[in-house]
Design a protein around this ligand. Structure first.
Ligand code: NAG
Ligand code: NAG
Ligand code: NAG
Ligand code: NAG
Length: 461
């Protein structure tokens, strides 16, 4: 007995067991694929913060637990991933290849399969190559408005007009467009039409991974750095997913390779992220399959951007020092009773920018590495890019002056307060800035990009 209620369908099930009656209510938004929470870096921000599905501009200011009423925010740095984008050329080629298999070789009778074969058209073209889509423009506009509601004294019209909000971006078109979108979010909010705001392109900061020679040689261009990923892709869990896809399509097992399984997963993920559609492609996976696909992508990020290799996080030393030097500058200006000259810094980059930095800071550090053989024991892992790194993912540092020289630093990830790992026994939820500096003193006094990224003569094996 489905009850239609807007776009929601509410099912009531009466489950009668031998001597008790259980009333179970399942609420599903039929527009959202059941597997949407496993899309890794191809996931929507709304799946990470579901309250935004009802109101995309919703903020809850009481999440910020200020230790005293005296606390004033004096500086904010936001490091933000670009918004929703088209697939890259490489993914589009694979999606095209998989679509051809489904169109020409699939023999099943299911209605969703008929729908793909007779109604769906391959609308992705190679020239789309990772560009920002309209949903991505909105991601950043809305984020800008929410952050200004959460931190009204810093992200304010006065500070924007006064040049106290600085914008820095990666040179990639999707990042530049995301920066323009963030700015448009603010100028439209305050209907500013008489002034324009600059941004600086800085790849040394926002695409440090390309410029870190040791990372490029030892990880990015080194196939043996990804051994665990390769083994998982050839292993039993992935094979089972591939066979289930082949069975659902009624094609030979040999046609569904690991690349084709990935292309199928992308088709479901992109149709949802870009068009908000629960497309027939999503029928190719059940939740168990999706969790395996999610693990496969997490393995890649773990070994390429995360804890897998030390140089991954060390390549972000330059961004780490950049953030702390701004905080230090704001702290010392504030101490001298001067106004903070750079009230807000908005930096727009990539998942590849944020993941190494989060790793350097020690976030999502599980006790065991992700490997090809521990899928089953890693189901509770914290390193889960579906939660950490949707489109428009963001890490925000807010520096507060709580009176009497008491400076505190609040980190937020995707608009939720988090605690610095290893510093969570602090008295207040918001640690003293001095304690944060002390906690990361080994990085503040070291973590030299030039040294960490120098190619070792005798690489450790
Ligand atoms: C806002 O956040 C507070 C603290 O986390 C929570 O107790 C409250 O329920 C939230 N309010 C809404 C409307 O979500
Ligand atoms: C798949 O379909 C194509 C085009 O009809 C055909 O050439 C190919 O032999 C088929 N492959 C298999 C394994 O059935
Ligand atoms: C991105 O920026 C380019 C150049 O300014 C523009 O042509 C394009 O339409 C923009 N795309 C979106 C989605 O805003
Ligand atoms: C991650 O955890 C391991 C121990 O499980 C520890 O040795 C390492 O220092 C941690 N890394 C960071 C960056 O905190």
């Amino acid at each position: 007995m489905p009850v239609f209620w807007g776009k929601f369908t509410v099912f009531y099930f009466c489950v009668i067991s031998c001597c008790s009656l259980n009333f179970v209510r399942l609420e599903d938004d039929l527009n959202i694929p059941a597997i949407a929470k496993y899309f890794n870096t191809k996931g929507r921000y709304e799946e990470v913060n579901p309250y935004l599905r009802d109101d995309i501009l919703a903020v809850n200011t009481s999440i910020l637990q200020l230790p005293s009423a005296q606390c004033r925010e004096i500086h904010l740095t936001a490091i933000i991933r670009h918004g929703t984008r088209y697939p890259t050329t490489k993914s589009i080629k694979e999606m095209q290849e998989f679509y051809n298999i489904v169109r020409h070789n699939a023999s099943g009778e299911q209605s969703w399969l008929q729908e793909i074969q007779t109604q769906w058209t391959m609308w992705y073209t190679e020239d789309m190559d990772g560009r920002l889509v309209q949903k991505g423009v909105n991601d950043l506009k809305h984020l800008a408005v929410r952050l200004s509601k959460l931190f009204p004294s810093l992200i304010s019209e006065k500070n924007l007009r006064g040049g106290l909000i600085k914008f820095i971006t990666s040179s990639k078109h999707r990042c530049v467009n995301s920066t323009l979108s963030f700015k448009a979010g603010l100028t439209e909010l305050w209907t500013i039409t008489d002034q324009e705001f600059e941004h600086a392109v800085n790849d040394a900061l926002m695409r440090f991974f390309d410029q870190c020679t040791r990372f490029v040689e030892e990880v990015d261009n080194n196939p043996s750095a990804m051994t665990e990923l390769d083994k998982f892709r050839e292993g039993a869990e992935m094979k089972r997913v591939e066979e289930k896809i082949a069975d659902r399509l009624g094609v030979e097992y040999s046609l569904i390779t690991d690349d084709m399984a990935e292309a199928a997963f992308y088709l479901c993920a992109y149709e949802f992220a870009i068009k908000a559609m629960n497309s027939p492609w999503c029928q190719l996976f059940d939740e168990d399959d999706a969790k395996i696909m999610e693990y496969e992508a997490d393995l890649r990020e773990f070994w390429k951007r995360g804890y897998g290799h030390d140089v991954n996080s060390k390549s972000s030393c330059i961004l780490f020092h950049d953030a702390f030097s701004r905080l230090d500058k704001a702290a010392s200006e504030n101490k001298l009773g001067q106004p903070v000259t750079e009230a807000v810094t908005v930096q727009i980059g990539h998942a590849d920018t944020l993941l190494p930095l989060l790793t350097l800071l020690g976030f999502f550090n599980d006790s065991d590495a992700l490997t090809s053989t521990n899928y089953a024991t890693q189901t509770q892992r914290s390193f889960r890019t579906s939660h950490m790194m949707p489109y428009a993912a963001n890490l925000v540092f807010v520096l507060y002056d709580c009176g009497g020289g008491d400076l505190r630093l609040q980190p937020l990830l995707n608009e939720k307060p988090v605690t610095f790992p290893g510093l969570d026994d602090q008295q207040h939820s918001m640690p003293l800035y001095q304690d944060v500096r002390n906690h990361y003193r080994h990085l503040l006094s070291g973590c030299d990009f030039e040294i960490e990224c120098r190619l070792l003569k005798h690489p450790a094996v």
